[in-house]
Design a protein around this ligand. Structure first.
Ligand SMILES: Nc1ncnc2c1ncn2[C@@H]1O[C@H](COP(=O)(O)OP(=O)(O)OP(=O)(O)O)[C@@H](O)[C@H]1O
Length: 251
């Protein structure tokens, strides 16, 4: 069997008031896994992402990347292989910079970000045109527009492209379509799915949308009280229904 890209082993987080918000959690993430992450409010979904990204240190347990112990590696260093897209369209992009400038900046993920000595050549603009066109929301016509005046859907599409332009070893999608209207959300989910598949990305996606959790990805996990209470993949996932899932939300 293939080795995991990323693992949590007996990962536990106890916060200063004594509450354990991640409880001896074990998770092996394999190459090209697209894992949808479900759970009630407070189940520990953001905690899981914060532990993976290194923003929240473990109280005990281990974090491994390609078999190497990275428990003590800080968040800033983990950006060399990890990218995250947030729910808030304002996060992840620089509002005064244009779409093209943001994409140029994103090419430096994992390195010191500066636009010094880097230019938006005609070739680059052509590349960004083709890239943004794949999102299906006219972002390609707004390459020279300041990001702050894009629609929420266009801005989230840009955040997604910025996170994936330099292929991350692991992509964290943190309810990235939740702030969008249903049609725009569906459009970004479909574009996300294409990009994840076409670029063979390994990713986790937090969602409260049961339909999306069932439709997308090869694997689904449900969290409750800082533990994984369901972990299914392939045929087992495909056989799941919304009614099956709702049972995990009544605990
Ligand atoms: N840094 C922290 N210090 C103290 N408590 C925390 C911290 N981070 C999270 N918690 C607590 O841990 C629990 C899990 O929170 P978390 O944000 O991971 O849940 P969630 O599943 O993402 O919820 P939601 O769906 O509402 O976003 C909550 O009770 C939360 O208050």
């Amino acid at each position: 069997m293939t080795n995991p890209v990323f693992s949590l082993k007996e990962a536990t987080v106890t916060v200063p008031n004594g509450t354990t918000i991640m409880d001896h959690l074990n998770l092996d993430i394999y190459p090209e896994d697209f894992i949808t992450v479900l759970g009630t409010n407070g189940a520990g979904k953001s905690t899981l992402f914060n532990v993976i990204s290194g923003d929240l240190p473990l109280s005990s347990g281990r974090v491994e990347h390609n078999g190497e112990d990275i428990t003590a590696v800080p968040a800033v260093k983990r950006t060399a292989f990890l990218a995250r897209v947030f729910q808030d369209p304002k996060l992840g992009t620089a509002p005064r910079m244009t779409v093209a400038e943001n994409l140029l900046l994103a090419e430096k993920r994992g390195f010191r970000r500066t636009l010094k000595n880097r230019q938006l050549t005609a070739k680059k603009l052509e590349k960004y045109y083709d890239l943004t066109k794949t999102m299906g929301n006219n972002l390609e016509d707004r390459l020279q527009t300041a990001t702050g005046s894009l629609s929420g859907g266009q801005r989230q599409a840009l955040s997604f492209l910025m996170a994936t332009q330099v292929k991350p070893g692991l992509l964290l999608l943190d309810e990235h379509t939740a702030a969008l209207d249903p049609k725009t959300s569906d459009q970004l989910m479909a574009a996300t799915n294409h990009q994840v598949k076409d670029n063979h990305l390994t990713s986790l996606m937090i969602t409260h949308n049961l339909k999306d959790a069932l439709t997308y990805g090869n694997r689904l996990i449900v969290l409750n009280a800082g533990k994984i209470i369901l972990d299914v993949r392939d045929e087992e996932k495909e056989a799941l229904t919304e009614t099956d899932l709702l049972r995990y939300f009544t605990r």
